[in-house]
Design a protein around this ligand. Structure first.
Ligand code: NA7
Length: 532
């Protein structure tokens, strides 16, 4: 007989770990399955040089246990990957999580059994294949966990070393004095470039699309911790009700196009000086009015022009082809200044696309760039990639096939036809448009409350109603269409993956509004769901 669990959780990142803590507390038998050898999810895999969070450390951490937030010291305003991974490991130790986690194991398939209201889950590890059953499957699979690895002609011919940022070697790579190429200039690329520029011999950056980046003004976090700690619970409550799941001082955002230009400039200056992703939160029309967006975008371009000495290089680094914030903005720690170094050069792939890799390097626009190492920072099949990689099957229906033309969910938590399958920070929830920690905690708490309600009422099955799902899909699309977001070829739109349906995937109505909807639905007995 296959081992049975109340819940099977896929993934031991921050979602899966917290889900295990909550379900255990409530006495649900739970097993977590994790591909890696340790906890931490994103922070376990992404070990490239300079990897760093883009939300302030005091916000990007668990809030569920005041003792935990009182005892953990963050050293920097924006913690680096090793510190965040240490935090994840600390949490795993503190709550003794590892005993319920199967590491180096991947879920291949989950099949719904209509008779028993259970999922039969097949997983694979070095020991072979194992089948278990679970009343609920909770996919804590992460939004940026399925790397996108484009193929370049001649890749295998390259005689140097090739690394992907999403699976960078644990032990690091000695790049001292080497000739290094970096392909990709999203967050991962920017952070890698900034970190390695001081040590490499030569650095050639291959840029297809430049990024808008706001300075982090990173530094010690001790003062901020001293200020926040005494009032942490109240601080977290504000974050949970804020638009982004972290605080940006946007209680009364103004309309940029109705504000005196001198005041607009002063507000942008003030936010630039503070740094970070709150840059856009001073005005509520930045993301919906092209004219306002243009002003904010030009402000950032002027900052880039001021930082980069060579005007031609500066222009190439200036994003012009998409609205500011319609692609995830970057938070940098001296990125643009890197181009003032003599050993750093920029190849604009819009002018000279990559033709192929050669034995000696990268060929673009007829020029062969000879390098020792190529680092690829080409992004992820975001939001749906990791979910679609698992065969979730109910009879003839498979989730990835249902989602062929874009994800369809109710609240980003469940999808019609797949009872008792829940997704933490799934598509059509705020997820990647928010502080992931806030959104993770909200979803995990919501799911835990649901499972308690099911048990208390003697119910064994829950599934959204088709009309609830239709309404939610329409709501998320309509909200996105009120903004400039759909204009960009972003991973929010699935546009970075050839053949992927172009549709805006996250819920853009804000974390606070989403929480009110989710709480309301639960409070009235899970409106829009069929339960039995
Ligand atoms: P991103 O933001 O998707 O960046 C990927 C970068 O790689 C981006 O500049 C892409 O250019 C570039 N790219 C992708 N494919 C190619 C090919 N074939 N040739 C050249 N360049 C390519 O991923 P990141 O890992 O940097 O960041 C993901 C998130 O993690 C980030 O937003 C933070 O939230 C943390 P493109 O823009 O598609 O033209």
């Amino acid at each position: 007989m296959a081992q049975h669990y109340d819940a099977l959780v896929i993934g031991a990142g921050f979602s899966g770990m917290y889900q295990l803590i909550r379900l255990r507390e409530q006495g649900f038998s739970t097993r977590v399955v994790e591909k890696g050898t340790g906890v931490g999810g994103t922070w376990y895999w992404n070990r490239y040089p300079g990897a760093r969070v883009d939300i302030e450390s005091v916000e990007y951490s668990y809030s569920f246990d005041d003792a935990l937030q009182q005892e953990w010291d963050w050293s920097e305003r924006y913690a680096a990957q090793p510190e965040i991974l240490r935090y994840a490991e600390h949490v795993a130790d503190r709550y003794d999580l590892r005993r319920d986690i199967s590491f180096e194991t991947s879920v291949e398939k989950a099949v719904w059994d209509e008779e028993s209201d259970r999922w039969t889950v097949t997983m694979l590890s070095a020991e072979g294949s194992e089948t278990v059953t679970a009343s609920y499957v909770i996919a804590a699979t992460g939004c940026l966990s399925m790397p996108s690895r484009p193929h370049f002609e001649g890749m295998d011919d390259f005689e140097g070393e090739t690394y992907w940022t999403s699976s960078y070697p644990r032990e690091g790579v000695d790049l001292t004095d080497k000739r290094v190429a970096v392909i990709g200039t999203g967050s991962s690329g920017l952070q890698t470039i900034t970190a390695i520029a001081p040590v490499v011999g030569e650095l050639t950056v291959f840029q297809r699309t430049p990024s808008y980046a706001v300075p982090a003004h990173n530094g010690p976090e001790a003062d901020r911790l001293r200020e926040v700690r005494p009032q942490y619970p109240a601080f977290r409550e504000l974050s949970a009700l804020s638009p982004l799941g972290f605080q940006c001082g946007e209680d009364n955002p103004r309309v940029m196009m109705e504000t005196d230009p001198v005041d607009v400039r002063a507000e942008l200056d003030r936010r630039w000086a503070v740094g970070g992703l709150c840059f856009n939160s001073g005005f509520e029309d930045t993301l919906r009015d092209q004219a306002a967006n243009d002003l904010a975008a030009e402000y950032v371009r002027d900052q880039i022009r001021a930082k980069v000495k060579d005007p031609e290089v500066a222009e190439k680094l200036c994003p012009t082809t998409y609205p500011i914030a319609s692609k995830r903005m970057c938070v940098d720690t001296g990125y643009f200044e890197v181009y003032n170094q003599d050993n750093v050069s920029l190849v604009d792939l819009q002018e000279t696309p990559i033709e192929r890799f050669s034995a000696k390097g990268v060929v673009a626009g007829g020029t062969e760039y000879e390098v020792d190492v190529i680092i690829l920072a080409t992004g992820f099949d975001a939001m749906t990639g990791a979910l679609n990689a698992i065969e979730f099957r109910n009879g003839e229906q498979v989730l990835s096939e249902k989602w062929e033309h874009g994800p369809r969910t109710y609240l980003g938590l469940m999808s019609v036809g797949f009872p008792n399958l829940l997704t933490v920070t799934g598509p059509q929830s705020p997820s990647v448009l928010s502080n992931m920690m806030t959104s993770i905690e909200y979803h995990v708490d919501w799911i835990t409350r649901l499972l308690q309600a099911q048990r208390a009422e003697g119910l064994t099955r829950i599934e959204p109603r088709p009309e609830a799902e239709d309404n939610w899909v329409n709501t998320t699309n309509d909200l996105a269409d009120l903004t400039l977001m759909p204009q960009a070829s972003s991973w929010y739109m699935g546009a970075n993956i050839p053949g992927k349906q172009r549709v805006f995937m996250p819920f853009i109505g804000g974390v606070g509004a989403y929480k009110q909807i989710g709480d309301g639905i639960a409070t009235v007995g899970y409106h829009g769901f069929d339960r039995a």
